[in-house]
Design a protein. Structure first.
Length: 299
């Protein structure tokens, strides 16, 4: 039996056409949502610094050098040095890893428990929904930063405890959104059809209701990412977040804001710019994702 002849030129042309199509779609989205494209670039820069910090940082972020204490920005230290002679550029690059880990970790953890609670509350209703919503009301009565402060003070300063402390205040916001979507979805015809054929309630909730709540969940998660990064910086600034010697942007501000703001302003300016760009990029990206996934916002 003769082997079929493979037209490699046609295959390459098809692959090239697919790449061109994806590039054209990406360019169309970038033109349609320019602020979202800027936010994506800023977020990708944060991810790049966090992942490749060891390779792109010029020095060890925790290595001290008394001879270069409070050195101004120059050839040896591009962004200056702190009071212990540690390179600010290296500390800011490694600080991106801390912010990224806390932001993504707390957002994922908060969204996971929020989805579980919101889905169960909206689908089961009854006494479970009543008790759950009253607890969520109490949690939402406190601002995000205040509740994170309480949790961080109770758990103690560490990377893991900071992630937990920030994720807990995110749970009620996610649970409320998922519950409202579940309440509308459980009355849809496809859910009634699944019940008519004898499908179990758990399978209906996981297989039919949960996938239809992913779009608002993605929007909420991207919107909460910026808040989580800013909350981590606030906790570290107050001494309840990431402890030394980890290079946290908020702790950099805490160590130098009061004493060195006049004599060495670069100790305050550059960590503040890093925090601003990270939060600004996450918020722009979240707004663009909301506009893309919500048809009512596309106009």
């Amino acid at each position: 039996m003769a082997k079929p002849v493979i037209d490699h030129a046609a295959e390459l042309a098809k692959a090239g056409a697919g790449v061109d199509s994806r590039l054209s779609k990406a360019w169309f989205l970038a033109k349609s949502y320019p602020l979202g494209a800027i936010g994506l670039l800023l977020f990708l820069a944060l991810v790049f610094c966090g992942v490749f910090a060891e390779w792109i940082a010029p020095m060890d972020p925790v290595k001290t050098n008394a001879a270069t204490s409070l050195a101004a920005p120059g050839a040896l230290h591009a962004l200056g040095a702190d009071m212990m002679g540690r390179d600010m550029l290296s500390r800011i690059i490694h600080g991106a890893r801390i912010s990224l880990a806390v932001g993504i970790g707390s957002t994922i953890l908060g969204c996971f428990f929020g989805v579980v609670i919101g889905l169960a509350s909206g689908y089961l209703l009854g006494w479970f929904d009543l008790i759950t919503q009253r607890i969520i009301d109490v949690m939402q009565a406190l601002p995000l930063l205040v509740m994170a402060l309480v949790m961080a003070a109770a758990l103690g300063p560490s990377l893991e405890n900071t992630i937990i402390a920030i994720s807990i205040p995110l749970v009620p916001h996610v649970a409320r959104v998922i519950r409202s979507n579940t309440l509308s979805l459980r009355e849809m015809p496809f859910v009634e059809a699944a019940k008519a054929i004898g499908m179990s309630e758990t399978r209906i909730a996981l297989k039919h209701v949960l996938p239809n709540t992913l779009a608002p969940l993605i929007v909420l998660a991207t919107a909460q990412l910026g808040s989580a990064i800013l909350t981590e910086a606030s906790l570290s600034f107050l001494g309840l977040g990431i402890p030394e010697p980890h290079p946290s942007w908020g702790r950099m501000l805490s160590e130098s804001a009061a004493e060195y703001v006049r004599t060495a302003p670069w100790l305050v300016i550059f960590p503040g710019i890093a925090i601003s760009f990270a939060v600004f990029g996450a918020n722009l990206l979240g707004d663009a994702v909301r506009d893309i996934l919500d048809p009512r916002q596309r106009s």
